[in-house]
Structure formats: C-alpha cells, structure tokens
Design a protein around this ligand. Structure first.
Ligand code: ACO
Length: 313
C-alpha cells in the first residue's frame, strides 16, 4: 500500500469534518463527492452565497464578532471583520478556530500566500510550537532511498529565510510529521548544506551547524545530524566517507533545507527528474489547514483532505 492509501485508511478510522472554502470550484466539488463516498472525511463545501444567506445570519454574525475579537489588537475594525468573514477562506478558518470543523483544505484557486496568511493570523501556532512550516512527502520509485522510497523534505513552502533557531524547529516538526503522518517509526533528520561536517567554511554553513546544535539541545533523543550535503545524507557510501560515525548520514529520511529557495527547488527536482509523487502538509498550526497547488488534480485534493483529517486526530 502506498503512502496515500495508508493515509486514507487512517483517515477512515475516525471521520473528521474538513471545510473546503473553494466550494464551487469544479475539482473541489468532484473531490468532495469521492471523499464522502469513500468515507475519508465529512467534506463541508463553502460558497459565498451560502455564507451570506439570511438563514445563516446568526452564524455569520458570531464568526464576524469572534474574528473582530481575535484581530482588534492588530487594528481590525468591526466593519472590516464583517467584510472578511464574508470571504469563504476567512469564514472557513473561523469554523476551524471555533471547532465547527476539524480542518481546512484550500488552494485550488487561491495562491499559497492567500491561504497561509489567514491560517497564521487566525489558527496560529500550536502550543509549544515556535513557527508554522511545511513538509513535502516525496514518494520515489527507487525504494532503496530514504524510508522505503519515502523522503520528507522541509521547509519547501512557508519560511523564506529561517534563522538557525527556526531551522531547528522546522527539523523537529518535520520529524514529528514523519512519525505521525507517514508512519516512519525512526525519523533520521539531516540538516542540509553545501558543506559536510566542516568541509567548507562560510556564514551560511555556520547557520546550519548552529541549527543542528539547537535542535540537538531541544530534542536530544532525535536522530539528527548536520551540516551535511545531500549526497552524504542519502548515499550510504558517501555518508560513510564524508560523515563517519553519523547516526544519520547515508540513511536520512527527513531532509531539512537551509532556506525556501533550496527547499522549493529541491522538491521540484525530485518530482520532475526523480519522478517522485509528492504532496505537502503544513505543520505547527494549532489545527490542521493545508494548501493545494493551483494545478492540483481531483486526486490531489482527496489526498490532501485525507492527510488533514489524519493531522486533526
Ligand atoms: N509561523 C507562524 N506565524 C507566522 C509565520 C510562521 N512561519 N510567518 C508569519 N507568521 C505570522 C506573523 O507573526 C503575523 O502574525 P500577526 O498578524 O498575528 O502578528 C502573520 O503571520 C502575518 O505575518 P507577516 O509577516 O505580515 O506575513 P506575510 O503576510 O508577509 O507573509 C507568508 C507570511 C505568507 C507565510 C510569507 O512568508 C510567504 O509568502 N511565504 C512564502 C509562500 C510561498 O510563496 N511559497 C512558495 C510557493 S508554494 C509551492 O511551491 C508548493
């Protein structure tokens, strides 16, 4: 069974309510039918007309008031809150915030930033989490790589230029995603660089080394090492020669890229040249919300909803 099938199987065990704010978008409508028919989740399709219907006024007013309370310190007026609440993306976020839905999936129409911003402003980070980031779950045809062909890449979506401390938090959150969503019992995390264990010196390398130290101190039991090059992380022979004795080198299954440019480019190379299938999840949010690519297929939406349902357990 591939990763997606395993995730769907898990989702079916406890059916969650997942809100889809792009509720009149054709792929989303088709996906919702499959999700419901296959018992993967209970999809809630939202449309602007439905939100603004007179029969929905009490609910709408309650969400607008709650949104105003949440954001008034940031300068949001009551009038502006009511306007935002009429946007299905914000209305959907409020449903998740107050517990009327368990998670949200969007992005077939909206850009990543347009989906991320309300999630960051309304749902916010989970207790104890420093920041929101993402993991790309890459499933490669070559099963000798990573964990039986599965590689977790981070952060390829959210944080353009993480500090050493933020990188450390991304590493720890990604290991958790590997465990809980991918079923990887022993995440082995490599913090990537153009240098392996001091082979090059540069401020950028120092940042990755510092991130590794911080992550070690925050999660001493996690198998984690850096800085290392991608080949040292994934190829056993290279790992053995460049990073002898490392608990991770040559057999990493979680790969933390030093910034968003490297991560985003890296996942696309793995997808396009390495022929990996992939999808992304956000991590670190207080409740699960996930973004789709605007080029997504109906199947991609079904998979992302299944992953969101599993994250909400
Ligand atoms: N974790 C937690 N909270 C955050 C984070 C984070 N990583 N980043 C921003 N925030 C919070 C801020 O603290 C702020 O909260 P507040 O309003 O309550 O004070 C709020 O989010 C907005 O912060 P801004 O700094 O104003 O954020 P901005 O709107 O400028 O940008 C965003 C945030 C959208 C995540 C931005 O970093 C971004 O655009 N990232 C890249 C997205 C992207 O284009 N990815 C690549 C394409 S995706 C793909 O290829 C699959």
């Amino acid at each position: 069974m591939n990763l997606i099938e395993r995730i769907k199987e898990k989702a079916r065990k406890s059916v969650k309510r997942i809100v889809l704010p792009e509720g009149d978008e054709p792929r989303t409508v088709a996906a919702a039918k499959i999700i419901k028919d296959e018992g993967i989740a209970e999809p809630i399709l939202l449309t602007k007309e439905q939100i603004e219907a007179p029969s929905n006024k009490a609910k709408f007013d309650a969400y607008a008031a709650a949104l105003y309370e949440l954001r008034k310190a940031k300068g949001l007026t009551e009038e502006a809150a009511a306007k935002l609440a009429a946007d299905p993306m914000y209305y959907g976020m409020m449903m998740v915030k107050v517990g009327d839905a368990d998670g949200l999936v969007s992005g077939a129409v909206h850009s990543t930033g347009d989906m991320l911003r309300p999630a960051l402003q309304i749902i916010k980070t989970a207790p104890g989490m420093k920041l929101v980031s993402s993991s790309f779950l890459m499933e490669c045809p070559d099963r000798s790589l990573g964990e039986d062909g599965l590689l977790v890449y981070a952060d390829c979506v959210v944080n353009p230029c993480p500090t050493a401390e933020e990188l450390a938090h991304i590493a720890i959150a990604s290991a958790e995603t590997a465990r809980t969503l991918c079923g990887i019992a022993e995440p082995r995390v490599a913090l990537l660089s153009f240098s392996t264990k001091g082979s090059a010196s540069h401020a950028l390398v120092d940042k990755v080394r510092e991130a590794t130290e911080i992550a070690h101190s925050l999660a001493p039991d996690l198998a984690l090492d850096g800085e290392m090059q991608f080949d040292a992380a994934i190829v056993p022979e290279v790992g053995a020669s460049k990073a002898k004795g490392s608990p991770v080198a040559g057999r990493a299954n979680v790969f933390v890229f030093p910034d968003l440019q490297a991560g985003n480019i890296g996942y696309k190379i793995t997808q396009r040249i390495g022929k990996a299938s992939c999808f992304a999840v956000l991590q670190g949010l207080a409740k699960p919300c996930n973004d789709l690519s605007r080029g997504c297929s109906v199947d991609d939406i079904v998979s992302t909803v299944a992953a969101t349902a599993v994250q909400s357990r």
